[in-house]
Design a protein around this ligand. Structure first.
Ligand code: SF4
Length: 708
């Protein structure tokens, strides 16, 4: 039987509950992307799900009762390409203002569907349904409470609570059904109700169950204009939750579309990276029908980022529905909770990789140095600086340098540089990329990792003979070997099969100090091939636990590279795959490094700086989020590993900031509340004293270090 026929078998466990999940995946085929089939839900005149394009949406930040400002921002969003606009309605006055906003927009010829964002107040939802095309409710606070109370619910008591929820939610369901309104049932990781938290914990399973309880009420009443979301600020959590949602919906015969987003992603490069990791990974899995990127920036800036993330997954894009089939191969232990793939440990110069070691960083400096191609003076100066930074324990420095050795002169420079850096006492490691066998054999004495890419003209028996000779030489020199397989025109998954042939050759020679890599400039093909290679290796047995080098080069445009590399690496890293990473345009190696480390931080696999979680702001925001976030970042952005949440309001903020160490939350106009975890420790601080009090709070918890 073709090994790529059949079905992917997954053994999955939840994050923090012991509930076992069925041994099946949320998609028929993990190796070939196919969009999950859903019904079409009309939001006004805009279709979501089905065969519709991935819809792009955003949210206004103006006070809703400022009708003119909200109309102006809605028009501006539409001009930027926004297809559905959400507006907050925390109070009855806001819900009524939606009627005015709708009228003014229609008078101006703007028919964009509006969504009312409701929390806590069913009365607002009922009023808003008179005016707008869609209502968003959060099961965590629509009919349930969140006071972080611990309480055991017996089955009977839990059932009674569900009956109470149905009574509270049903009028809205019936009204939306009568008026033809759509509804998003949107769970957030940070705002699960006490009832759900006590039964399921703070888990993806809890998020999914909270939503499905509401969906079952809709179905019971034959109301199906439903869209679902499972947002979290942690991409690993949201990926797990959306996958579990897809699986559960299939099991219950539900085909509702999905609204995809990473909540409180932050701003700038970090916000874009986190969004691309979460949303892009899921789109690549076939999950997602409408997208919102949440940035702490003007909402118009969210739109191009959302289009950029969604573009390869639009129905018209290539790659959809290829004929290659999946297999009864196990891919990773769990698709529903993060577990790092076990990989054998290797020493690469002074660094250990694989196992529990940090995901290592490799970078190609040769293009950057090319202005004076391998001019010894310049190369040495730069390498000396990098070495000093490593010695000083700085973050964001390269650990392994890739060095292309195609000529004798290049090998000479490498040799000289290594000698000048102190030879074996150097803190930098080097990987040699060789194409000439004689140079490769000689160069093994000067590198810590070696790759032999014989020219294509040597394909066939001659290449195989050379390759074997190289492997024997590497084995004798005790230098680990990187095996690389390139994109192949014969089939999207051919690169994985070719990589496995290389593994077989090395194993036949008795050499297993291998690092596996693909040279593929497409995020989607890289993910598919890496997944298949991981699955095929698992079939070979526990000994085939070779570490993976995730390499994504070949995109010159910086913003495109930022998004696509985040999707490619984020998707794999959040599945626990990847031990060494490399990306960049090659124009500026230090900038490339910054991107790599930011992606590792965004995926939560290697933390090298302060983690900021900041809400995107909305009509409830009590201070200027953009300037405040920037100001606080300037003051405490050097605190490595500390997670700070900056939230615009008390209504939603404390719940949404979930697992932050410290919270800075708008408590009232001009007043800030400070949190440690989920506990409010200082209330009503004057805005102009709030930064200093936050710093004092961090100091009092022993998490402060002075900036250097
Ligand atoms: S935390 Fe408050 S201000 Fe920020 S987006 Fe959420 S509801 Fe709006």
């Amino acid at each position: 039987m073709d090994p790529l026929l059949g079905h992917v078998k997954i053994v999955a466990m939840l994050t923090s509950t012991s509930t076992a999940l069925p041994t099946k995946s949320f998609v028929p085929n993990l190796f070939v992307r196919q969009r999950r089939k859903t019904r079409e839900v009309m939001v006004g005149s805009v279709g979501v799900g089905g065969n519709n394009p991935l819809r792009i949406q955003s949210m206004t930040t103006t006070p809703t009762t400022d009708v003119d400002a909200t109309v102006a921002q809605t028009l501006s969003l539409v001009k930027a390409g926004c297809e559905i606009v959400r507006i907050t309605a925390p109070k009855l006055a806001d819900a009524r203002a939606l009627g005015e906003i709708k009228k003014k927009l229609l008078a101006l010829g703007c028919r964009v569907p509006l969504v009312a964002d409701i929390h806590f107040n069913p009365e607002c939802a009922m009023e808003a349904a008179n005016h707008v095309e869609k209502i968003r409710v959060n099961p965590g606070n629509y009919a349930d409470a969140k006071a972080f109370k611990v309480k055991e619910y017996g089955d009977a008591e839990y059932e009674a609570e569900l009956t109470r929820i149905e009574e509270r939610f049903l009028p809205l369901v019936l009204k939306c059904k009568t008026l033809g309104r759509a509804m998003r049932i949107g769970c957030n990781h940070g705002s699960l109700s006490d009832r759900i938290m006590n039964r399921y914990g703070d888990t993806p399973a809890g998020m999914v169950e909270a939503a499905l309880e509401f969906v079952r009420i809709c179905r019971k009443n034959d109301y199906h204009r439903v869209v679902l979301s499972m947002k979290a600020s942690n991409p690993k959590v949201m990926i797990a939750a959306y996958r579990l949602l897809a699986l559960r919906m299939d099991e219950e015969g539900m085909d509702y579309p999905v609204h995809s987003g990473v909540t409180e992603a932050g701003y700038g490069e970090d916000g874009r990276i986190k969004s691309a990791i979460g949303i892009g990974s899921l789109l690549n899995d076939g999950i997602g029908d409408t997208v919102r990127v949440s940035l702490t920036e003007d909402p118009e800036f969210e739109i191009p980022v959302a289009y950029q993330i969604a573009q390869p997954y639009q129905p018209s894009s290539k790659g959809e529905g290829r004929e290659e089939k999946g297999d009864s191969l196990t891919y990773v232990d769990s698709l529903y909770s993060y577990t790092r793939r076990p990989a054998r440990e290797l020493s690469i110069g002074p660094f250990r990789m694989g196992g529990e070691h940090p995901v290592r960083v490799i970078n190609d400096f040769s293009k950057w140095l090319a202005t004076e191609k391998y001019a010894k003076g310049k190369a040495l100066k730069i390498l000396g600086l990098l070495e000093d930074q490593l010695k000083a324990g700085k973050d964001n420095v390269p650990e392994i340098l890739e060095w292309t050795v195609a000529t004798r002169a290049e090998l000479d420079v490498l040799q000289d540089c290594r000698r000048a850096l102190g030879g074996e006492t150097s803190r930098l490691a080097f990987m040699g990329r060789f194409s000439d066998l004689a140079l490769a054999k000689e160069g093994l004495a000067h590198v810590h990792l070696a790759l032999f890419a014989a020219p294509r003209t040597l394909a066939g028996p001659e290449r195989t003979t050379q390759f074997k000779e190289f492997i024997r030489a590497a084995q004798a020199a005790k230098v680990p070997v990187m095996l690389e397989s390139s994109a192949c025109e014969r089939g999207v998954l051919e690169a994985a099969r070719n990589l496995l042939k290389g593994v077989e050759l090395c194993e036949a020679e008795g050499y297993r100090d291998l690092v596996l890599s693909f040279n593929i400039p497409s995020a989607e093909a890289l993910i598919a091939n890496t997944r298949l290679a991981v699955a095929l290796l698992r079939e070979r047995g526990a000994h085939a636990d070779y570490p993976f080098h995730l390499r994504f080069l070949g995109i010159a445009d910086e913003s495109e590279l930022q998004i696509r590399a985040s999707v490619a690496f984020g998707s794999l890293l959040c599945d626990g795959i990847g031990d060494l990473v490399q990306t960049g345009t090659g124009e500026n190696a230090l900038k490339d490094l910054e991107l790599i480390y930011n992606i590792l931080q965004g995926a939560g696999v290697r933390i090298t700086k302060t983690e900021f979680v900041s809400c995107p702001s909305c009509g409830r925001t009590l201070f200027d989020l953009q300037t405040t976030t920037e100001r606080i970042k300037q003051k405490i952005g050097h605190l490595k590993g500390v997670k700070i949440a900056i939230m615009g309001c008390i209504v939603n903020g404390p719940g949404e900031m979930a697992d932050a160490d410290f919270g800075y939350v708008g408590g009232a106009p001009g007043k800030i509340n400070l949190y440690v975890g989920k506990n409010c420790v200082e209330k009503g601080i004057d805005f102009d004293q709030s930064d200093e009090r936050l710093i004092q709070l961090i100091k009092s918890h022993g998490k402060w270090v002075d900036p250097v």
